[in-house]
Design a protein around this ligand. Structure first.
Ligand SMILES: Nc1ncnc2c1ncn2[C@@H]1O[C@H](COP(=O)(O)OP(=O)(O)OP(=O)(O)O)[C@@H](O)[C@H]1O
Ligand SMILES: [Mg+2]
Length: 239
């Protein structure tokens, strides 16, 4: 039951944003996706969630071909994602923001409410439920975004820089929230993240992209020790 990119490539004009990349996420694991700016991380997540069609290669879920399906089909199949910069609806309450996708997908009102309260409790936001989203701190807003992505009870969760802009203590809270999602719901989670200390302590495995290509893939300690990763990341400074 894996979500996989199989030898996917994407070009934007002359630029190869993903070049023959393969990666698979298993249920219950946290996979880090790292690489310098422009390495192709968001493009890969777009493919794994139906927002970008690969020009070659395939995206599969539990072995069945999802290539070219629409984002809605990916969502229905249990793949949820967060975006690098999307914020909450500021005029809605925190509770309404999490509930927003649920009623639309046919869940009864009472059941939707119950699920939202459970999620808000999981993310330590219950006391904020009735307040407008605009009242949240940045860290709380990020956690509410996670709760919203989880509301549909996905099997796979793809997070594009969830900790960007967070202070160290907030990033720690977010890390705990991500691990508790994994433990409670058994989701497979992919996290794009630039904060190395966070990635290393959060992830079971790490996949490294550079210039659209896979540079390395392995356990955090293996990645840390990989000279190709150091060069890609740090350039000449690694020497
Ligand atoms: N829709 C698009 N049209 C043209 N070029 C694009 C498009 N989307 C991405 N690119 C280019 O493809 C390359 C990979 O972009 P991508 O957003 O996947 O990188 P990233 O690893 O997520 O970077 P960052 O760490 O800055 O978020 C970049 O050079 C980017 O400018
Ligand atoms: Mg990106």
């Amino acid at each position: 039951m894996k979500l996989a990119a199989e030898r996917v490539s994407v070009r934007f004009g002359g630029l190869v944003a993903n070049d023959d990349v393969s990666l698979a996420i298993a249920p219950g694991e946290v996979l880090g996706l790292i690489g310098p700016n422009g390495a192709g991380k968001t493009t890969l997540v777009n493919m794994l969630s139906g927002f970008q069609r690969p020009h070659s290669g395939a995206v599969t879920l539990a072995g069945s071909d999802m290539t070219g399906r629409r984002p809605r089909a990916f969502a229905r199949a249990g793949i949820a994602r967060s975006f690098q910069a999307v914020r909450l609806f500021r005029g809605l309450t925190v509770s309404e923001n999490v509930e927003v996708g649920l009623v639309a997908c046919g869940l009864g009102r009472a059941e939707a409410r119950r699920r939202v309260r459970t999620l808000l409790a999981d993310f330590d936001l219950l006391h904020r439920a009735a307040q407008p989203a605009s009242a949240l701190s940045y860290g709380e807003e990020r956690r509410a975004g996670l709760a919203r992505a989880l509301a549909l009870e996905p099997r796979f969760l793809l997070l594009d820089e969830p900790a960007a802009g967070l202070a160290a203590a907030e990033a720690e809270d977010l890390k705990r929230a991500i691990l508790s999602i994994r433990d409670r719901y058994g989701c497979g989670i992919l996290v794009i993240e630039h904060n190395m200390a966070l990635v290393m302590s959060l992830c079971d495995r790490i996949h490294v992209l550079g210039g659209g290509k896979t540079i390395a893939s392995g356990r955090p300690d293996e990645i840390m020790a990989d000279p190709a990763v150091r060069t890609a990341y740090l350039g000449r400074a690694a020497a």
